[in-house]
Design a protein around this ligand. Structure first.
Ligand code: KG4
Ligand code: ZN
Length: 333
């Protein structure tokens, strides 16, 4: 078995995954949404202190598996450095105490592996990664060969939901709430402009700061921010935020074939986005792959699934060489 730890942002999570058949034997996650809600976003120092309390609590429950654990895996990049350190320190302590090898796992590769929990990997695969920290279009030949097709120039897709939510007085993380409000709203009431439409260049990139600003001006212009207006703003914003993703995705695959397309990351739970991606895949005769809802946002099960691949490659690292890195640009070719 492999014991995996995730603490890259505000979710403390530990998983036990069986080596022989990829079975997820134990998985627990404690989120800190309530503690960060009042601040409208994650406060890194607070998140780190909470991990120091919650990770040992979860570890206590995983103790019955210790005798059969063969390696310790931990997310070491990318993420908030102060929170990554909590998981990495625990992993190093466990490695020494139990005499087990260490595996450092890239969080983005973890999200890709959320599609393969208790299952075989499937490559090549094109992936849209939409989370609070990332908005990336990737061509994944294997976990060692990932091509970055497009990324955001400023805010990420999930982050734009959080920021619009903050402007509307909604608690963090606002993504699921905005989706819920949008269901009751008129998506055509506010005519926000889809970002980067006029770019005649070959630029394949995402941008959410301009849309966020349009929404801010719209909110400020409302004399009465009643419930229906909030629903209409959420619906109009979501329509345009997703339309921007879809326009760039269509552009990326205009002259490129795609057989298997996956969507991962916390914001991949958005059903409106999934619907649009279904339509895109149908038009390309491609198959859309989605993670189970419980594995979209950060979790250790996906880190454990990625760790199975790293274990097979014997990609073990020494104690001193396992370092925390807040960004991970060099995973792309
Ligand atoms: O992957 P994740 O748990 O953390 C990061 O690695 O960043 O993603 C969290 C992000 C938050 O920004 C949250 O608002 C967004 O995913 N999110 C959503 C939805 N559910 C979560 N965004 C839009 N619609 C949703 N249903
Ligand atoms: Zn994530």
């Amino acid at each position: 078995m492999i014991l995996s730890i995730e603490s890259s942002c505000d979710d403390s999570s530990i998983a036990i995954t069986r080596l022989e058949d990829k079975k997820l034997l134990f998985h627990k996650k404690i989120s800190q949404d309530a503690e960060h809600a009042a601040y409208g976003g994650v406060v890194p120092e607070l998140a780190a202190r909470l991990h120091a309390v919650t990770l040992p609590k979860i570890l206590e429950e995983a103790k019955p598996y210790f005798s059969e654990v063969k390696a310790i895996a931990v997310t070491n990049e990318p993420g908030l450095s102060v929170t990554l350190v909590e998981g990495v320190s625990m992993a190093k302590a466990l490695s020494v105490a139990l005499g087990l090898p260490l595996l450092g796992i890239n969080h983005l590769k973890g999200h890709i592996c959320s599609l393969f929990i208790e299952d075989e990997t499937l490559f090549p695969l094109d992936v849209l990664l939409v989370s609070g920290g990332h908005t990336q279009l990737l061509h994944v030949n294997s976990l060692e060969e990932i091509k970055l097709l497009a990324t955001t120039m400023d805010d990420s897709f999930g982050e734009s939901f959080d920021k619009v939510g903050k402007m509307l007085g909604l608690p963090y993380p606002a993504g699921p709430l905005i989706e819920a409000y949008a269901k009751r709203g008129d998506a055509k009431r506010f005519d926000f402009t889809v970002p980067l439409q006029g770019t005649s260049t070959k630029l394949l990139a995402f941008s959410y700061s301009g849309l966020k600003n349009q929404v801010r001006l719209c909110i400020e212009a409302q004399e009465n921010l009643d419930e229906q207006t909030i629903c209409d703003i959420c619906a109009s914003f979501q329509r345009v935020a997703v339309a921007h993703l879809m326009q760039k995705i269509r552009k990326a695959y205009k002259e490129r074939s795609v057989e298997h397309f996956g969507v991962v990351g916390g914001a991949s739970a958005n059903l409106y986005l999934r619907g649009e991606l279904e339509a895109f895949c149908a038009s390309k005769q491609a198959t859309l792959h989605t993670a189970k809802m419980e594995f979209c946002s950060d979790n250790a099960a996906m880190i454990g699934r990625c760790a199975l691949e790293a274990y097979a490659q014997k990609a073990f690292v020494n104690l001193a060489d396992l370092k925390v890195r807040s960004s991970s640009k060099d995973i792309f070719y």
